[in-house]
Write a protein that binds this ligand. Structure first.
Ligand SMILES: N[C@@H]1[C@@H](O)[C@H](O)[C@@H](COP(=O)(O)O)O[C@@H]1O
Length: 221
């Protein structure tokens, strides 16, 4: 909330997945003046390619349910990379341009994949990568299968902000819960900075807040 209260036109980067849901619920639950989020704009980290518009698991729909409706946001202030364009490379560039025109991201909320991915930057992603089309690893598709009827329904590709894009946010907030994230959290924070663990770029950023539960942080002690 500090970012929303102190920055005149706050730009918030939002992750999807299970990790940030409690934070979004808290933001929605507190007793706030109706115009609290009036000046904010929001940028998703990533979006699936190949789902029909309006698919309930597309990240634009997830964000509609998790932040637009509960926080009473103007939907035009919530940006997601456009996966329906004929020119996806152009979509990626347009997304970078939109972030830049908004003045850059003030606070980037992040989850972490159990393989150390950040947004959909899978192991091997270049540390200075930008928004682009990526193929999802089998591990990530398996992890996200819980949101779909079957593994074959999980998209194989996505548009994702790059690690270089994420690093330009002025403040990073990593959220992780559960034993399944413990290795990834440990490797990201205490291992070498390497594309083998994309989340290790957190070590390169001057302002990072890490909020993990006991299980996710269990290997840090
Ligand atoms: N693309 C998303 C990421 O942005 C998310 O942070 C991560 C962790 O997801 P979860 O919080 O559900 O464990 O993987 C997903 O696939």
């Amino acid at each position: 909330m500090e970012t929303v209260e102190t920055v005149p036109q706050p730009v918030i980067g939002v992750a999807t997945g299970s990790s940030p849901s409690p934070l979004y619920r808290t933001l929605a639950r507190r007793d706030r003046p109706p115009n609290t989020f009036e000046a904010t704009s929001w940028f998703a980290l990533d979006e699936y390619i190949g789902l029909p518009a309006g698919h309930p698991q597309s990240y634009s729909e997830v964000l509609r349910r998790e932040i637009v409706e509960p926080l009473h946001l103007d939907p035009t202030t919530v940006h997601v990379p456009n996966p329906h364009s004929d020119d996806l490379d152009r979509s990626a560039v347009a997304y970078e341009e939109a972030i830049t025109s908004a003045g850059g991201v003030d606070l980037q909320i992040l989850g972490i994949g159990r393989n150390g991915h950040l947004a959909f930057n899978e192991p091997g992603a270049s540390l200075d990568s930008r928004t682009r089309v990526e193929r999802l690893t089998d591990d990530t598709r398996e992890a996200n299968r819980r949101f779909f009827d079957s593994l074959s329904d999980v998209p194989t590709h996505c548009l994702t902000q790059g690690l270089g894009t994420i690093l330009e946010a002025r403040h990073l907030l990593l959220l992780a819960q559960g034993r399944g994230k413990a290795e990834a959290v440990h490797d990201a924070l205490t291992g070498p900075v390497s594309s083998g663990c994309p989340a290790s770029i957190l070590q390169l950023h001057p302002r990072v807040t890490i909020l993990v539960d006991e299980e996710a942080g269990s290997l840090l002690i």
